[in-house]
Ligand binder design. Sequence first.
Ligand code: A2P
Length: 259
Amino acid sequence: MQKENNGLHELEVSKVRHWTSSTFSFSCVRPDNFRFRSGEFVMIGLEMDNKPLLRAYSIASPNWHEEFEFYSIKVKDGPLTSKLQQLKAGDNILFRNKPVGTLVNDALLKGKRLFLFSTGTGIAPFTSIIRDPETYEKFSEVVLFQTCRYVDELGYGKSTIESIFKDEILSEIVTNKLRFFPTTTREPSQYSGRVTDWLKSKRFVEEIGSDLNPLDDRAMICGSNAMLNDFKEICLERGLKEGSNSSPGQFVIEKAFVD
Ligand code: A2P
């Protein structure tokens, strides 16, 4: 069901999945005639006290997919997420049909390797980008990093990666090109530590083969303000220039949704 009211549409929720006590994902019936670039965000929300309460959410599904998916944190007492986490299939959310954002292939110059650095729900735009065949036309290697405090918070990313490798068409496109490094900082797991620390030590080169360089490498960064600043500083130090839609560059950043 889709109704329109003051530029806002109502979208029906088709699926909700709770991943941890602090994260969940939900899908909506994709709006008719809706076009976006993988990695973009839209304003979504709920009506509260007869007013729309909207926040920016990255679209976690790729632009060709019939599912229209979001991945969200649950903030205790957060004005929107405390309500949004109660969604069930059949409920409606509000949505503004105006996709925007800088975490898009268009904002990056052509390169060889694409690094996607995320923490927590900052992985959402990247689960869109890694499922878009255009990404693999532009880059011969795509490396996704997600850092979380605990192992269970990595479930959404791991499950998306598994679904990609199980998909007949996508698996053919991504095999030998896509790599995923899920890391934890407060519990041991296969990979540990902040990726900023990997970049500042030998660890990054040990895992990846060579350091970030402006000739071959492009990066997208999504997380908290502090995380963005730390990665941005490292990219600038390595000689990468920040890009935007109007002036493509070697790395782009965007803040992940927080409350
Ligand atoms: P840490 O456990 O060392 O703080 P948060 O929930 O605070 O946003 O953190 C999510 C994940 O991102 C945690 O694993 C955290 O590591 C890591 N993190 C937080 N701040 C930064 C930063 N400035 N640079 C890199 N990683 C960060």
